[in-house]
Design a protein around this ligand. Structure first.
Ligand code: IFM
Length: 452
């Protein structure tokens, strides 16, 4: 598997280990006038929901700077680029006719990548639900799953063989639980029961989409999860840890594996739902075989007793886990600007956990990176990337079929509810002018790509 390894900065990167960078539509595109509105536009317009009142306009102005961004990708020398398609840009109302201007933008992106020898890897849903669909219940409405499949079919049929790798959803945990349980993300609902239904309908939509896309000839279709290893800090926190692992990881892995909702999960959420929305007949669709699984890895969940830690880490809060028993997240040691503990070994743990649930399916690290201080000189990011790439390679060495790695992110962008305050980019973006400037980490990644 690890043929013709080369050493760079202590990393032995196999020649067939694919390296890329990733972004998502709402975080970079801008050009709101050129698309339909989405849930995040509405959410960001509510005072206090996004830090400093940042909105999707102009974000990184990527729609207008597409040639410059394509040239930056070519300069980096990446093999592959993972981006997301804005559903509301290509189908402004969520259902109905395709927007010629919207699809033209993605044609230019996809053709520009192919011309530069970079493989395009689109994700069909990275959290930005068309507003009309959100207003109709969003992912709490089963109909959304079918509408998503129609959109997926339309994209697969339009792009045909130009796309050799597709992702359906990005991190359905975030859409379901940050969006509908904690209210921290769009649409800002705080309804634990509804969030479980949203999680279920997301995976249903994924399964329906995979089938619809295959009907029109698409292949190599996967889903991107954010499996986070969950570790109890003390024996008495084991049951809370099991619950959090159930919501963060096992709910999604079990549905994809055809196991339905486990008795453990049913019981641990019995106080908030009777699970009446689960239909046994959905199992075949939910567990439609997939060609690969993506893992977005950033940190680990350490679960401690209430009151043990006062560290604030974004996304590590019991309000984001329906029916969560009292617990406290307790990150240790070095942390990123998100408050997330830096724990590279957790990537290997997450890949193992996925492989145990969904054995023998090729794995991709679809996102990994860190929020670091706003500086062109970012040695901490280089160290973070190096340590995590080493873990991905270690996973291959122990026999896991890890095909590649995407650094998050190509450039600084709108970090959702944190607005412009968290910087994940390899390339610095000045939010006021849109000016791009490669950081030291971009030069490091470029060198790694060149030497491999
Ligand atoms: O910026 C996000 C991305 O959109 C999804 N995965 C996590 C990243 C960092 O929070």
């Amino acid at each position: 598997m690890n043929n013709r390894a080369r050493i760079f900065d202590g990393l032995e990167v196999p020649a067939n280990f694919v390296l890329g960078v990733a972004t998502s539509a709402w975080q970079i595109e801008g050009d709101l006038a050129g698309r339909g509105a989405c849930n995040w536009d509405e959410f960001a317009n509510i005072p206090g929901k996004v830090v400093d009142g940042a909105t999707g306009e102009p974000a990184c102005d990527h729609v207008n700077r597409i040639e410059e961004d394509l040239d930056l990708l070519a300069w980096l020398g990446v093999d592959t680029y993972r981006f997301s398609i804005s559903w509301a840009r290509v189908i402004p109302g969520g259902v109905g006719p395709i927007s010629a201007a919207g699809i033209d933008f993605y044609d230019r992106l996809v053709n520009g990548l192919i011309d530069r020898g970079i493989a395009p890897v689109p994700t069909l849903f990275h959290w930005d639900t068309p507003l009309a669909i959100e207003h109709n219940g969003g992912w709490t409405n089963r109909e959304t799953a079918h509408q998503f499949a129609d959109y997926a079919r339309a994209m697969a049929s339009h792009f045909g063989s130009k796309i050799q790798q597709w992702a359906t959803l990005n991190e359905p945990w975030c859409s379901a639980f940050l969006g509908y349980c904690a209210g921290y993300f769009a649409p800002g609902r705080m309804e634990p029961k509804a969030s479980l239904e949203a999680a279920y309908n997301l995976i249903l939509g994924h399964g329906l989409a995979v089938n619809a896309m295959r009907e029109v000839g698409a292949n190599n279709i996967g889903i991107v999860l954010n499996v986070i290893p969950c570790v109890a800090e003390t024996p008495e926190m084991e049951s809370a840890t099991e619950h959090i692992d159930g919501m963060q990881n096992r709910l999604f892995l079990d549905l994809l594996a055809g196991k339905g909702v486990s008795d453990l999960t049913r019981d641990s959420c019995a106080s908030i739902t009777d699970w009446a929305f689960v239909r046994d007949s959905d199992n075949v669709v939910l567990s439609t075989p997939i060609d690969w699984v993506g893992e977005n890895y950033y940190t680990i969940n350490r679960i401690a007793a209430p009151g043990v830690s006062d560290i604030v880490a974004i996304g590590q809060d019991t309000s984001m886990f329906p029916a969560c028993p009292p617990a406290n997240f307790a990150p240790r040691g070095e942390r990123t600007d998100m408050g997330w503990e830096i724990f590279p070994e957790g990537l290997l743990m997450a890949l193992r956990q996925i492989n145990e649930s969904l054995p023998d399916i090729p794995l991709w690290v679809c996102e990994n990176g860190m929020a670091a201080p706003d500086s062109i000189d970012d040695p901490e990011r280089i160290a973070y990337l190096r340590a995590h790439i080493a873990q991905a390679i270690a996973a291959r060495e122990e026999g896991l079929d890890v095909r590649g790695y995407f650094a998050w992110s190509l450039m600084d962008n709108l970090e959702w509810a944190s607005g412009w305050t968290k910087k994940f980019g390899l390339i610095r973006v000045d939010p006021a002018t849109g000016e791009r400037e490669p950081k030291a980490s971009a030069r490091w990644y470029r060198e790694l790509l060149a030497r491999r």
